[in-house]
Design a protein. Structure first.
Length: 279
């Protein structure tokens, strides 16, 4: 059907309005991060009166932001790597093999997404404390404990999504690899994984974003040494004042890795999510 000029202009206006609505908070963050603190605390003005880069310098000294950045990077990267590795092998087993309890396993994995994460906060806290008292392994307040915590959220969805993606890959590829002398593991690594790169990238991006911006569990499961960025941003608020320009500057700095990674991997992410959703 041919689009009329009125429909075309209506679509342009609506999309422009939606884009402006979505970009307005980003503009507020950017403009506020370039203002002196006194100007941010006054009535908000869309056009800053005086621009300064001082907040981007001060954010590294007001709180140990670099230390928090390293903690977040270690935790998010570790959670992503472990989640992808476990999800690939688990999803391949569910997709390609028939075994007793397969359906129960799939339903159980998917059903974990029904419950809000806050329900697991107290049980995980008690489990980590009991393990530390019994074995001396300090999970509470450690990066390793936080990685295990995030795996409880990212793994179920990652497995479920990769199962759908592996199901979309023809089994004839596996059979051809087995005929050529590969075992099941060789067929997975040499044939299935290269064909499933978009789905694996989508799972990795999801796991990384889950760990990078999480606040609730990070605020409970960490201490001053292992605190992450999402919790560390609270340090810009004191008992008497809030450094709003530094908060906005730090928020933009924190967003850079996620935004850059998303832009670089966007085509893989869309292809992976689409294939998993179709299946």
């Amino acid at each position: 059907m041919r689009e009329t000029p009125g429909f075309v202009w209506t679509r342009r206006i609506v999309l422009t309005a939606l884009a402006a609505f979505a970009l307005a908070p980003v503009y507020v963050m950017l403009s506020s991060s370039l203002k002196p603190l006194a100007e941010v605390q006054d009535a908000f003005h869309w056009l800053p009166g005086r621009l300064t880069l001082r907040p981007y310098v001060d954010i590294w000294h007001t709180v140990p932001l670099a230390h928090y950045f390293v903690n977040s990077l270690i935790v998010a990267a570790s959670s992503t790597v472990v989640s992808v590795l476990v999800a690939v092998f688990a999803a391949y087993g569910v997709s390609r093999f028939r075994f007793r309890g397969r359906r129960l396993f799939t339903v159980t994995v998917l059903s974990t997404q029904m419950f809000p994460g806050i329900l697991f906060l107290l049980p995980l806290f008690l489990i980590f404390v009991d393990i530390g008292n019994a074995t001396g392994v300090a999970l509470y307040g450690s990066r390793g404990g936080l990685v295990l915590t995030y795996l409880t959220f990212s793994l179920p969805f990652s497995i479920w999504m990769l199962v759908g993606y592996f199901d979309s890959i023809p089994r004839e590829l596996d059979e051809a690899a087995l005929t050529d002398g590969c075992g099941p593991l060789g067929a997975l690594l040499r044939v299935v994984v290269p064909a499933a790169v978009p789905g694996i990238v989508a799972v990795g991006v999801y796991a990384f974003m889950t760990a990078w911006g999480e606040v609730l569990f990070a605020s409970v499961m960490t201490n001053d040494t292992t605190r992450t960025l999402a919790v560390g941003l609270q340090g810009y608020a004191s008992q008497t004042d809030v450094y709003w320009n530094q908060v906005m500057a730090a928020a933009l700095v924190v967003s850079v890795p996620v935004v850059a990674g998303f832009l670089l991997l966007q085509r893989y992410l869309v292809a992976g999510l689409t294939a998993g959703a179709v299946k």
